[in-house]
Write a protein that binds this ligand. Structure first.
Ligand code: FAD
Ligand code: EPU
Length: 335
C-alpha cells in the first residue's frame, strides 16, 4: 500500500484550488482499507471527482482517492436489473453504459460530474429525479470500527441533497460499491419543464431514455460552466425550503419570486433567483466570481484561493439574509 506524502490536489478538485494532502492513497481495491491501522491518521477524506468540495487549506490527514472500478449486472427480473458499480466509476460514464444497455432510471441524471461513490452522499438530483429513486443498497467501510458494512435505502436517510453520509457518518466511512435498481420497461420522466421544450423543438413526441439524456445534456451545457474550462462545484448553495407564510410575506415585496410547491406547509425557492435578484451575478472577490449565467454557481476565474471563494459565499449568505430573511445553506462540502 503506497501512501504518498504532500500530494498536490490542484487537478483533483473541480474548483482548481491549489492545495495539497499531507498523506494520499489511491484506493483500487477495498482490501487496502483493512490494512490501514485504525485511528492512525488525524482525519480521513474520501475523494471522488472532487466536484463538490471546496478546500480552504492543505488537508492535514489522509486523502483516499477512490478508484474502485467495475460494473456488473447482479440480478435480472422481467422489469428490473440490479447493477453493482464500483465507487470509483465516473458517474456520467455509468449513465451512458445504462443507456447503451437499455436500462432506465438515471437518464435524467446525465452529465453530473463526479464518481458513483459520491452519488449517495448528497443524494444527487436533477431534472425531476434523485439518486434515492434508483438506489438499491451500498457497501462501505467504517474507519472508526475498522469494519465493512451494508446500507439499504432507509439506512441511508436520504433527503434533498442530504444523507447519513453528510451527518452521522461524515468523514467516518468510505463507500465502496453502489447497487442500483434500473428498469428494463421504462417510465419516462419529462416533469422538469425545459425537457419537454427541448423535445418539442427536436420534434420528438415519444422519447426514449437516450432522448431524455440528450435533452438534459443540452439544457445543462447551456447554463452550467464546464469545470474543465472554468473551475466550479455546481450549485454552491441548496435551494432553501421556507414556510408558505414566509413566502406570502415575501410576495408582497417581490411579487415575481419563483417558488415550487412541496407540501401544504412549505415551498422551495430557487437560491439562484434570490442571489440573481439581489444583484450578485457577475460580482467578484479577487478571482472568485458569482457566475454570469447561473448565480447559484461560484467560479474560480483562475487563481482564486478557497478562502476567497468562501468569503464570496459568506457575503452572499449575509446579503440574502438581510434582503429576504432566508438563511442559505451550502451544498458544497467546505473543508
Ligand atoms: P467529491 O467532490 O469527490 O466528494 C463529495 C463529498 O462526498 C465529499 O464529502 C467526499 O468526502 C464524499 N465522498 C466522495 N466519495 C466518497 C466515497 N466513496 N465514500 C464516502 N464519501 C465519499 N450535484 C447534483 O446533485 N446535481 C447536479 O445537477 C449537479 N450538477 C453539477 C454540475 C457541475 C458543473 C458541478 C461541478 C457539480 C455538480 N453537482 C451536482 C455536484 C457534484 O457533481 C455531485 O455532488 C457529485 O456526486 C460529486 O461527486 P464527486 O465524486 O466529485 O465527489
Ligand atoms: N434563476 C435565476 N437566476 C439565476 C439562476 C436561476 O433567476 O442566475 C432561476 C431560474 O430562472 C429558474 C430557477 O432559478 O426559475 C431555477 O433555476 P435552474 O432550473 O437553473 O435550477 P437550480 O434550482 O438553479 C437545481 C439544482 C441543480 C440541478 C437543477 C436541475 C440545487 C441546489 N440545484 O438548480 O443541481 O442540476 O436544479 O434539476 O438543487 C447541483 O446540485 O450542483 C446542481 C447543479
Amino acid at each position: 500500500m503506497e501512501i504518498i506524502q504532500n500530494k498536490s490536489l490542484k487537478s483533483l478538485n473541480t474548483f482548481g484550488i491549489d492545495v495539497s494532502a499531507k498523506q494520499y492513497l489511491e484506493l483500487k481495491d477495498p482490501s487496502q482499507l483493512s490494512a490501514i491501522p485504525v485511528n492512525t491518521y488525524e482525519s480521513y477524506l474520501v475523494l471522488g471527482g472532487g466536484s463538490n468540495i471546496l478546500f480552504q487549506d492543505d488537508y492535514q490527514g489522509l486523502v483516499i482517492h477512490n478508484k474502485i472500478k467495475g460494473i456488473s449486472v447482479e440480478e435480472h427480473t422481467d422489469a428490473h436489473v440490479i447493477v453493482k458499480v464500483g465507487a470509483g466509476e465516473n458517474w456520467h460514464d455509468f449513465v451512458c453504459w445504462a443507456i447503451e444497455n437499455n436500462y432506465g432510471g438515471i437518464e435524467n441524471l446525465a452529465l453530473i460530474p463526479g464518481c458513483v461513490g459520491a452519488s449517495p452522499v448528497q443524494n444527487i438530483g436533477a431534472y425531476g429525479v434523485e439518486l434515492k429513486d434508483v438506489f438499491h443498497k451500498l457497501e462501505g467501510y467504517n474507519f472508526e470500527s475498522g469494519s465493512y458494512f451494508e446500507k439499504d435505502n432507509a439506512g441511508c436517510a436520504f433527503g434533498y441533497r442530504d444523507s447519513v453520509f453528510k451527518n452521522e457518518l461524515k468523514g467516518k466511512c468510505c463507500i465502496l460499491n453502489v447497487y442500483f435498481k434500473l428498469s428494463t420497461q421504462h417510465e419516462i420522466n419529462t416533469s422538469y419543464g425545459a425537457i419537454n421544450a427541448v423535445l418539442e423543438e427536436k420534434g420528438i413526441s415519444s422519447p426514449g431514455i437516450k432522448d431524455i439524456a440528450d435533452a438534459v445534456i443540452q439544457i445543462r451545457s447551456s447554463k452550467l460552466p464546464d469545470p474543465a474550462k472554468l473551475g466550479n462545484g455546481g450549485s454552491f448553495f441548496k435551494n432553501p425550503i421556507i414556510p408558505r407564510s414566509q413566502l406570502k410575506n415575501l410576495q408582497q415585496e417581490f411579487p415575481d419570486i419563483v417558488f415550487y410547491d412541496l407540501d401544504s406547509e412549505s415551498v422551495k425557492v430557487p437560491a439562484g433567483w434570490l442571489i440573481d435578484k439581489a444583484g450578485w451575478k457577475g460580482k467578484k472577490i479577487g478571482e472568485a466570481q458569482c457566475h454570469e449565467k447561473q448565480a447559484l454557481v461560484l467560479v474560480n476565474l483562475g487563481s482564486a484561493t478557497g478562502k476567497e471563494i468562501y468569503a464570496l459565499s459568506e457575503s452572499i449568505c449575509q446579503s440574502i439574509y438581510d434582503i429576504y430573511g432566508i438563511q442559505l445553506e451550502r451544498e458544497v462540502n467546505v473543508l
